[in-house]
Every structure is written in structure tokens, then in C-alpha cells.
Design a protein around this ligand. Structure first.
Ligand code: 7RM
Length: 650
């Protein structure tokens, strides 16, 4: 491809070099990219983690399974809690917890956290949990969720956290696959002023999970819940000690199982992604420190994800606590009781680093900047994004309206399977481009390959692969070696296949194009759903857009755009035509949507990813498949009604 042809693929020309003051004080300095992988990670492992026994080897790599820091022993809870108290940091706040009901808030110092974790670990021991036990955790965003995770790691039990929005069937499926013997839950969770009956759902799940013998119930709302004698125990009724000497931290092998996180793949059965002790901890702590430029003594870090997802595990619990950070833990939602709730939280706690998702940013864009303007956000110094490709317009809005134009934005690409961020800017080093996750993290080798497995040059689209192991990489799918090899390691021999499309530009910066099944093929041209979505969101009347391809006899696929307009805008036929032309003007006539469907909401999973499979079903008039993972299943039938009314255009 000619240089000019390449450049026309990358329409985004805005550049944000690192501010000089930020660069001067940054944790990551340019030489960080020059260190060899094993040297880099050996140093990180020695400096960030306290070992009971030192490791013998940095890496043993037997594709597709890596072992890191073999021979070493350590304890995750000791590293995240006890050693900070021993180092005199007991008075530092670990979590500012903001409950959903206003005024319901708690600050937990590291000393508080140590006492709470010891008490919880002793409670788990009362219920028979021991080293090697498998414990399921089904709680909302309360301190007790983090405390329960740490309590498991303290005594050497492995956990799986099931997101509190999942159904009884999802919970029992996961508990059965994991072989959990103990479930920790809470009476109810608060949700937008109402309650979610977690214990009742747990009862239904336990009825279908015969291996679960005991259930520990944390009181949150005080709602009335039935307790099964012999099986269920109220946490607050157990009389157990919170003295650390009653519950020492169990020495664990570097490669002992730390947790499973279930994630959906292309089949109905979710995969239990395994993460182990040392590599995961070192990976999340190092990446958290460099990517978010964490200064533990002065920063207040807020990752708005739910702990029930990998983002919460790595960047609310394990990474920040290992680094002795102060974090915000928020139970509520962005628009309850009003749309400025987040900005109230930022102002109240003086949040300096905010890490959130494009879907949340687009909601705030839709509501308008006036909610943020009601609050003093001047404490912020760095912003992050994760979960989906971020549309350049959303990036720029975030940078301007939330970051006041002064905060670098780190767009971090990673997955449940990668455990830690793998493609990201380093603030203070990287020149930012809205919409690009920019460069592989130090020591990470990423590339883009074509169908035949050959490396694609600058500008070419292809499959994102990772070429060498990294410490926090998954150690496989629990109980399913064949599926692990098949899903991630067969596309190209020896390379980790992420399932995402990507392009690399002439500067070596990565542009993520969405899941590979989100790549459309229109008349032989590969067009990513995200490219068209970004063009639509670039239009002043558009709040949010989701795009999919539908089968077309002539062109292979035709583009269907589902669009949510901003408040006060009329979704007229004229606007439809205008949007189609806008996309054509931004990207080229080839990307012009064949249909535009206006809809008040887009169908999203509970973690905020747009469910394109459902949009395709609607676009192709298929019966709607499984909608149970949607945050709001009613949205999709409403969209189907509107789509059937929408005129198709040529
Ligand atoms: C952390 C997380 C993983 C999938 C991944 C991508 C998408 C995540 C970005 C992104 C573009 C990003 N884990 N994804 N981050 N796409 N830019 N910065 O989300 O397992 O739940 O999802 O999310 O498709 O494969 S996850």
C-alpha cells in the first residue's frame, strides 16, 4: 500500500503529546520500553511483591501454558493488606466506599481492612473453607465483596465472583463448573432505589448446585430473607476473632489457582478463565502503577467497573491494593438519584484518576456536560477507558468536559484472558490519538495477521495476536484444555489469538476494530462496525450508535445502523438521510448505512458491551436468540418493532 493510501485509512488526525509537567513526574520513563522481558518482570516481581520464598525461574513457557516465578511462594492477601500495615501505612485509606443510598458511606483504612479480612477469613474457616477450597462469591459492590476475595486468598481458597446482575441459572452453572462448596452472598443489593434479591436468587441457584454445602450471608439492606437451617449462616452472627495472629496468611505456590472469572465465548457455555497467584499479582500491580501513574501517597483512584468483572478484579482489588493505593468503591449507578452522581463522588473524594468505559462516557455525553459542570473536577489528573473501542468523539468529549483538557486519556485494551492491560498509552510518554489504544505495554509483543497467518503491514486490517507470554496471562479454561487450545491457539501456530480485529498505523499505533465477528464485509471491503459507529457519533445530533452487517444479495453485507439521538432532537426521515450522508462523507460511500433505525436505547450486556448478535438478528428478521445476558431484555423487542417500521434505503 502507498503511504497516502495508508493514511486515508486513519482519518483521525488529532494528536495529544504528553504535557511536559506530567512527563517529568511520570512513573514510566521512555527507557521502560528498552528492557528485556525477563529482566523487566524479574525486577517488577522483586520490587512490587513480598515473597515468603524467592522464585527460581522467571518464566517456563510450554506453549500454550506459561508458568511465571516458579519455585516462589507468597500470599496475595499479605501483599495487598498485611505488609502495608506492617510498613506503617495502617492509617491510609484503602477504600472510600460510597453506598447507593446517599449518605451511606464508609472509609476503610488498611488497618481496618486487615481486621475485616481476618474476621471474614475466620468465618470462612468456621464453615469448613481451607487451602484449596473453591468458594463462589455473589455480592454487590460492598466492601464485603473485596474483603471476601482477600479472605479467600489469605487462607488459600480459590474464588469465583459472579456478577450480582446474573440470574440463578448463570450462578448455578458457574458454581457447578467450578465445583464450589461454599457460597457467599448478601440479603439484597441496592439498585436504583430498589433492591435485587441476591439471597433469594442464591437459594434458587443452590437448589441446582448440589455441591454447595454452606452459604454465608452478609446483611446489607436488612430485608427479610429465609435462612435454611444447617446450610445458611448470617455473617454478623458468627463470633470470630479479627486478630491477625488467629489467621496467618497461607504461603501459596506462585502457580496456585487464585481465581476463575467466567466469560462468554461463541458457544452458550461460559469459559472459566483461570488466573494464578504470582504472575497475575505482579502483572496487575506493575501495569496499574505505570499506566495510571499511581502515586500511592497522594492519588485517589476510581475504577467505575463492577468487581464482578475482570476490570474490577485487576484494577479495583488486586492491582491497587498491592500498590497500597487509595481507591473509591461505588455501589450505585451514574444517574441515581441524578445524573451528576459520579461528579459528586469525584468532587467529594478528590478523585485524581478515573477509569471507566466508553458506554458510560457516551451516556454522559447524551445527558450533556451541565451535570459535570455542577462540580469541581479539578482534582482529576488522568483518565482511562476500557471495554470497547472508544469513538474519537467520545474520547475528545471525555478529555474536554471531564478532564478539563489537561488530563491524558489512556485507552487500555485487554481481556478477561489477558488478566492485565496489554495495549495502552503510557501517560508521560505516549502521544495520544483519540480512538487508538496506541502501543503494546513494555515487553508485550503484539501484531496483526491475515487469514493465512501472515503479518499484515501498516494500514492492513487483520487479527490481533500476542506473540510472547506475559505474567498475568490466563493459565487456561478450567477443566477444558481442548477448548483453550482451539479458541486461542489454533488461528496461527504459537500466537495468542485475541478474537479482535486491529490495524497498525505508520507510527506503529494499534487501532482496535472490535471483535472479529463485528467486522463487516461490504462489496469485498472490510469495514469495522466501530468505524461507522464513530462516524455516526461524530454527528452533532447523535448520542450513541451501534452498527451491524446484514446479509445482502448484491454486496455480501449491508450496513444497518441503530441510532440514539440526543435529548431534544427529532428522529425524522430527513435526519436519517443526513446521517447516511454524513457517514459517506466521513468514511466513504462504501460505508453508507443501508438502513438507519432510531431507538431510545441500545441492547447492551450488563458490562456495557453492545450485543451486535441481537442487532444482526433484528436486521435479518430472525427470531431473537438468547437475550438473558442483556441488561434490559425489553430494549430489543422495542428495537425490533421500530426496525420493522423503518424504511430501507438504497
Ligand atoms: C477488560 C475487558 C474483552 C474485549 C476485547 C475487546 C474489548 C476491551 C478495549 C476493547 C477496544 C479497548 N475484558 N475491549 N478494551 N476494545 N479498545 N480499549 O473488557 O473480557 O470483558 O472483554 O473487550 O473486544 O476482546 S473483557
Amino acid at each position: 500500500m502507498s503511504d497516502r493510501a495508508i493514511d486515508t485509512l486513519f482519518l483521525e488526525e488529532r494528536r495529544y503529546p504528553p504535557p511536559a509537567e506530567f512527563a517529568a513526574q511520570a512513573n514510566a520513563q521512555p527507557g521502560i520500553y528498552d528492557v528485556a522481558a525477563e529482566e523487566f518482570w524479574a525486577r517488577e516481581a522483586q520490587e512490587r511483591v513480598t515473597w515468603f520464598e524467592p522464585f527460581d525461574a522467571v518464566l517456563e513457557w510450554e506453549l500454550p501454558y506459561a508458568k511465571w516465578f516458579t519455585g516462589g511462594t507468597l500470599n496475595v492477601c499479605f501483599n495487598c493488606v498485611d505488609r502495608h500495615v506492617e510498613a506503617g501505612l495502617g492509617d491510609r485509606v484503602a477504600y472510600f466506599w460510597e453506598g447507593e443510598p446517599e449518605g451511606d458511606r464508609r472509609a476503610l483504612t488498611y488497618a481496618d481492612l486487615q481486621r475485616e479480612v481476618v474476621r471474614f477469613a475466620n468465618a470462612l474457616k468456621e464453615l469448613g473453607v481451607e487451602k484449596g477450597s473453591h468458594v463462589a462469591l455473589y455480592l454487590g459492590m460492598t466492601p464485603e465483596l473485596a474483603i471476601a476475595m482477600l479472605a479467600c486468598t489469605r487462607i488459600g481458597a480459590a474464588h469465583t465472583v459472579v456478577f450480582g446482575g446474573f440470574s440463578a441459572e448463570s450462578l448455578s452453572d458457574r458454581m457447578n463448573d467450578f465445583g464450589a462448596t461454599v457460597l457467599v452472598t448478601q440479603d439484597e443489593a441496592w439498585r436504583r432505589g430498589g433492591t435485587v434479591p441476591l439471597k433469594r436468587i442464591s437459594d434458587e441457584a443452590m437448589a441446582a448446585a448440589p455441591k454447595v454445602e454452606r452459604c454465608l450471608v452478609v446483611r446489607r439492606t436488612g430485608g427479610d430473607v429465609p435462612m435454611a437451617a444447617g446450610r445458611d449462616t448470617w455473617y454478623h452472627e458468627l463470633d470470630v476473632s479479627d486478630d491477625p495472629s488467629t489467621c496467618p496468611c497461607e504461603p501459596m505456590d506462585a502457580e496456585d489457582l487464585l481465581f476463575l472469572m467466567y466469560t462468554s465465548g461463541t458457544t452458550a457455555k461460559p469459559k472459566g478463565i483461570m488466573h494464578t497467584t504470582a504472575g497475575y499479582l505482579v502483572g496487575v500491580a506493575a501495569s496499574h502503577s505505570y499506566i495510571f501513574d499511581l502515586k500511592p501517597e497522594s492519588d485517589v483512584f476510581w475504577c467505575s467497573a463492577d468487581i464482578g468483572w475482570i476490570t474490577g478484579h485487576s484494577y479495583i482489588v488486586y492491582g491497587p491494593l498491592c500498590n497500597a493505593a487509595t481507591s473509591v468503591l461505588f455501589e450505585g449507578t451514574p444517574d441515581f438519584p441524578d445524573k451528576d452522581r459520579w461528579w459528586d463522588v469525584v468532587e467529594r473524594y478528590g478523585v485524581t484518576i478515573l477509569y471507566t468505559a466508553p458506554t458510560a462516557i457516551r451516556s454522559h455525553m447524551k445527558w450533556g456536560p451541565e451535570y459535570a459542570e455542577r462540580h469541581d473536577l479539578s482534582s482529576l489528573r488522568l483518565l482511562g477507558s476500557v471495554g470497547e473501542p472508544i469513538n474519537p468523539e467520545a474520547w475528545v468529549w471525555y478529555h474536554e468536559h471531564i478532564g478539563g483538557g489537561r488530563c491524558p486519556v489512556v485507552d487500555t485494551w485487554w481481556q478477561t484472558e489477558t488478566g492485565m492491560v496489554l495495549i495502552t498509552p503510557l501517560p508521560g510518554i505516549t502521544t495520544l490519538k483519540p480512538g487508538s489504544a496506541t502501543k503494546p505495554f513494555p515487553t508485550v509483543e503484539a501484531g496483526v495477521i491475515d487469514e493465512a497467518g501472515n503479518e499484515v503491514g501498516p494500514g492492513g486490517g487483520g487479527y490481533l495476536v500476542i506473540k510472547s507470554p506475559w505474567p498475568a496471562m490466563t493459565r487456561g479454561i478450567y477443566g477444558d484444555d481442548a477448548r483453550f487450545r482451539e479458541t486461542y491457539w489454533t488461528r496461527a501456530p504459537g500466537l495468542y489469538f485475541a478474537g479482535d480485529g486491529a490495524r497498525i498505523d505508520r507510527d506503529g499505533d494499534f487501532w482496535l476494530l472490535g471483535r472479529v465477528d463485528d467486522v463487516m464485509n461490504v462489496s469485498g471491503h472490510r469495514i469495522s462496525t466501530i468505524e461507522v459507529e464513530s462516524a455516526l457519533v461524530d454527528h452533532p445530533n447523535v448520542a450513541e450508535a451501534a452498527v451491524c452487517g446484514r446479509a445482502d444479495a448484491t454486496t455480501g453485507q449491508a450496513i444497518v445502523a441503530y441510532v440514539t439521538v440526543k435529548g431534544g432532537v427529532d428522529p425524522t426521515v430527513e435526519l436519517m438521510a443526513e446521517l447516511r450522508n454524513h457517514v459517506a462523507a466521513k468514511i466513504g460511500p462504501i460505508a453508507k448505512p443501508a438502513n438507519v433505525v432510531f431507538t431510545p436505547e441500545l441492547p447492551k450486556t450488563r458490562s456495557g458491551k453492545i450485543m451486535r448478535r441481537l442487532l444482526r438478528d433484528v436486521a435479518e428478521n430472525r427470531p431473537l436468540g438468547d437475550t438473558t445476558t442483556l441488561a434490559d431484555p425489553a430494549v430489543v423487542s422495542e428495537i425490533a418493532d421500530r426496525a420493522s417500521e423503518a424504511p430501507a434505503e438504497d
